[in-house]
Design a protein around this ligand. Structure first.
Ligand SMILES: [Zn+2]
Length: 63
């Protein structure tokens, strides 16, 4: 399993949450985090982790 990177905006650990429709998300719940990004969790946990890690790269380049 690829390593889940910490939140690119606050350095906190993302948590796995389940929303009302049953879908799971990786989300930053740090109250001090300005962005609190979340990435949808697919059935494949490896793809979800990849997506989260990719978000980190995009944000580093974009801002
Ligand atoms: Zn954060």
């Amino acid at each position: 399993m690829p390593e889940l990177k910490s939140c690119p905006f606050c350095g906190g650990k993302p948590v796995l949450i389940t929303v009302m429709d049953g879908n799971k998300w990786y989300s930053c719940h740090n109250i001090n985090c300005k962005i609190r990004p979340s990435t949808p969790m697919s059935k494949d946990i490896n793809k979800a982790i990849e997506a989260w890690n990719k978000r980190r790269k995009i944000s580093e380049r974009g801002h």
